[in-house]
Design a protein around this ligand. Structure first.
Ligand SMILES: NC(=O)C1=CN([C@@H]2O[C@H](COP(=O)(O)OP(=O)(O)OC[C@H]3O[C@@H](n4cnc5c(N)ncnc54)[C@H](O)[C@@H]3O)[C@@H](O)[C@H]2O)[C@@H](O)CC1
Ligand SMILES: [K+]
Length: 490
């Protein structure tokens, strides 16, 4: 599992270890690790011209110290300084160490045009979203051919990973110190990070065996075997978990098929389906494992393809089951149409699975203030958290990166998964995800684990269904059992 800590917690950890270290030791470790990455890149690409973008803080100092190492090894190192003082040294002292510093009135554009490696040290964890004007001009002038290494994080991006920024570096590689930060894992900024390399500088957090909850976590493939509810020899279909699915209607007949196919494929003990006549007939034909009608379950999925305003035959009875599931103390995953039935906290563990538009609609209704999809996408974590706090539910916000956000009072980390190929952005994929996550809830997992593990397996199944090419949702549903086996036996 990759774990990320907030800037404030990193600073506290830094202060704790610095008390026992000589001054400048942590920065020296950071600069050594950064220089190592730059050296390896220059060796493999055959480049020699390095341009450092030097900000006013310690992030700039890290970049300059790394450049001193590279200059000593014969690389041509230039640093750009804006209309600000440097945190450490000045043009003369860095020049004496082999790094030529160019100011705003020098030909910085000429230097950048020939750069083979750009080291972005404008802003680190002390940064706010956005760039100083001159730094924004530098970033615009970086040639496409240059390899961009960001120091700690891509400057201009929000260190907290909350807000999308208009100006900011998009790095090929980011070298971060000690532990990852939220900016590296959250959807508002993750795309700007490129390859993430961690340099150990001896911070006292994030070590193996350290159970301290992080701020943001990302499950990796090794976590699947740890979390997946694998049946034991003594299990039967009831002990493994029975899932009830309330989904579909006379107008939406595909969603329940996708959801039920995925849920059964994820390894349920049993599935009970509650639908109107047409989807019921389809589920009977296509998912013969399902039993029909109400009965005892360990968890519910409520909502894929559910039209809460339908007057068609069977709709009222189906809606009554949906409402009684929500009123029960059982775990419930609420998706799509089911989200219209959510008006506040419910008695049992709850996983809401909206996309950005659905989250905006739900939040508008719950708060009485109009919010739209674009506003949600500009701060996905903040808006998901608001819904989590208003409902007491864990909110899985679907997107290229999927966020799973527990309510603040739970004191749990946010999970952020980006396991899916872009091909998975296709109709019906959400119904498949609901089936997988519902099966995991029925298997006894918490909403946080069920949501994040389900998102991971869903993404891997999309890859396995047709590696490198387009996938349809039904193929992803059919690939779920193979994806689980692949991840459990790797
Ligand atoms: N905390 C740690 O554990 C370590 C930190 N180190 C480095 O130190 C960095 C943090 O350094 P600093 O705290 O000096 O902060 P930064 O270098 O990130 O930022 C410097 C200053 O820029 C200004 N600023 C912020 N956002 C701005 C914006 N959008 N436009 C214009 N000006 C803005 C602020 O006044 C801020 O104090 C880390 O990212 C890392 O590179 C490393 O040297 C080693 C250890
Ligand atoms: K940076």
């Amino acid at each position: 599992m990759l774990r990320a800590w907030s800037a404030a917690r990193v600073r506290a950890a830094e202060e704790a270890v610095m008390a026992d270290l000589p001054e400048g030791e942590l920065m020296a470790r950071a600069a050594d690790g950064l220089a190592e990455v730059c050296r390896a890149r220059l060796a493999s690409s055959g480049g020699s011209r390095v341009v450092v973008l030097a900000g006013a803080g310690n992030n700039g100092a890290d970049a300059l110290y790394a450049a001193v190492h590279l200059a000593a090894e014969g690389f041509d190192c230039v640093a750009l300084q804006g209309d600000w003082m440097l945190a450490i040294g000045d043009a003369a002292s860095w020049g004496a160490s082999g790094v030529r510093v160019l100011g705003p009135d020098d030909d910085w554009a000429g230097a950048l045009a020939s750069a083979e490696l750009v080291v972005d040290g404008v802003l680190g964890i002390g940064g706010r979203p956005g760039l100083p004007d001159l730094a924004a001009q530098w970033v615009d002038a970086i040639p496409d051919s240059a390899y961009v290494v960001a120091v700690d994080l891509p400057s201009g991006q929000d260190p907290a990973g909350r807000q999308v920024s208009d100006t900011g570096v998009f790095a090929d590689e980011t070298v971060t110190f000690g532990v990852a930060k939220p900016v590296h894992l959250l959807p508002a900024s993750e795309a700007a990070v490129g390859r993430l390399t961690l340099v150990d500088i001896g911070l006292g957090i994030g070590r193996d065996g350290d159970d301290e909850p992080a701020d943001v976590e990302r499950l990796d493939f090794a976590d699947v075997a740890r979390l997946w509810p694998v049946p034991g020899a003594g299990d039967d279909k009831y002990s493994r978990g029975v899932l009830g699915v309330v989904a579909g209607g006379e107008d939406y007949t595909g969603a329940p098929l996708l959801c039920c196919t995925a849920a059964v494929g994820a390894g349920l003990g049993m599935l009970r389906y509650v639908g109107t006549p047409t989807p019921t007939a389809l589920v009977r034909a296509e998912v013969p494992e399902a039993v029909h009608g109400e009965g005892r379950v360990q968890a519910w999925v409520v909502g894929p393809g559910l039209d809460t305003h339908s007057r068609a035959a069977g709709s009222k009875a189906q809606l009554d089951v949906a409402r009684s599931a929500l009123a029960s103390d059982l775990p419930v995953l609420v998706d799509a149409g089911g989200l219209d039935l959510v008006d506040g906290p419910r008695p049992g563990p709850t996983l809401l699975t909206p996309h950005a538009g659905e989250l905006a609609r739900l939040l508008s209704r719950l708060s009485g203030e109009e919010t739209d999809r674009e506003t949600v996408q500009a701060d996905p974590l903040g808006h998901a958290r608001q819904v989590a706090d208003r409902t007491g539910a864990t909110v899985l916000l679907k997107g290229a990166t999927t966020l799973v956000v527990p309510p603040t009072t739970a004191g749990l980390p946010v999970r952020s998964q980006n396991d899916a190929p872009p091909w998975l952005a296709t109709a019906g994929a959400g119904d498949v995800l609901a089936g997988v996550c519902g099966a995991l809830l029925a298997g006894g997992l918490s909403p946080l684990d069920a949501g994040s593990l389900g998102a991971l397996v869903h993404g891997v199944a999309a890859d396995l269904a047709n590696p490198g090419g387009p996938v349809r949702a039904l193929a992803v549903a059919h690939a779920i059992p193979g994806a689980v086996a692949h991840l459990l036996t790797r």
